[in-house]
Write a protein that binds this ligand. Structure first.
Ligand SMILES: Nc1ncnc2c1ncn2[C@@H]1O[C@H](COP(=O)(O)OP(=O)(O)OP(=O)(O)O)[C@@H](O)[C@H]1O
Ligand SMILES: [Mg+2]
Length: 264
């Protein structure tokens, strides 16, 4: 579709992520998430809200198969990416296409800044020339507005950065692999308000060609940044709607109670 970059992109990359009756349990009969069915809107930000223990992190982890790192965990139902069951794909491929950013920045301590950005390529055993590496590092760090701050210290340890810079580095490391989806589990909880703004602005820019699912730090962040919102309670997806609609006029009593409690 000439003249419309975004639509053109959408036609090439469908970004269809669907969950059908997904349940996850850590022990028999006890569900961390229960029967969740949802079709995630592409090239938009969906926030996940709910009380502690509601299942927000478990939901995000199951979407890129990170739940498999927990022993005894069981997942039932189906998660599909562009119509393909993710359980039938290679985990490394799923995690390349669906990147994840955690609550606490977790750069690789033994690697410098440059190596951290490229670590996904190393892990995926993808060979790059020096020129390609330089280009990916610069672009990824530009994307997260960190390039100007670190361009003269790329060989310094990632741990020499502030916490906020480390979190942007972790986002750059994820973006370096050109994922279609970004799962972000409360990515601003450990950083100051200025850096939080930067990350929120970054998410806003990224949604042009990424689908983002984020566990919001609080309701005001969720309403600032998200197009759609999911409310989870005791592992159940109670409500899923356009965020402005849900936050102003929730349809379910349980959502209404949660929102009211958060505002009070
Ligand atoms: N490793 C684990 N082993 C056993 N149970 C777990 C484990 N991780 C989470 N759970 C349980 O699964 C449920 C959902 O937890 P989860 O961490 O997904 O919630 P959350 O909404 O992310 O909470 P928070 O806001 O505190 O991060 C909780 O009842 C929790 O106790
Ligand atoms: Mg959590």
């Amino acid at each position: 579709m000439p003249g419309n970059g975004k639509l053109h992109y959408l036609m090439n990359k469908k970004h269809l992520l669907e969950l059908k009756n997904v349940s996850v349990s850590f022990s028999p009969g006890i569900y961390a998430i229960k029967n969740v069915s949802v079709s995630i809107k592409p090239c938009a930000i969906t926030s996940v809200i709910g009380a502690s223990g509601a299942g927000k992190s478990t939901l995000l982890r199951s979407i890129n198969r990170m739940h498999e790192l927990y022993p005894n965990i069981k997942l039932s139902g189906e998660i599909s990416l562009d119509g393909k069951n993710i359980m039938e794909m290679k985990p490394i491929e799923v995690r390349r296409r669906i990147g994840m950013v955690f609550q606490m920045p977790n750069p690789f301590p033994a690697m410098n800044i440059y190596q951290n950005v490229l670590s996904g390529y190393k892990l995926n055993k993808i060979y790059l020339s020096k020129a390609e590496k330089d280009e990916i590092v610069e672009k990824s760090l530009q994307d997260v507005a960190l390039w100007d701050e670190v361009k003269n210290s790329l060989n310094k340890s990632a741990l020499s950065l502030t916490v906020g810079q480390q979190q942007r580095l972790c986002i750059a490391r994820t973006l370096a692999l050109q994922p279609e989806f970004l799962l972000m589990d409360d990515p601003t909880s450990s950083i100051d308000p200025i850096c939080t703004n930067r990350i929120e602005e970054l998410m806003y820019r990224l949604k042009d060609n990424h689908t983002i699912i984020v566990v919001a730090h609080n309701l005001s962040q969720a309403s600032r940044i998200s197009d759609y919102a999911m409310y989870l309670e005791k592992g159940e997806l109670v409500e899923y709607d356009i965020s402005n609609v849900m936050f102003v006029a929730p349809k379910d009593k349980r959502t209404e109670r949660y929102i009211t409690e958060q505002i009070e």
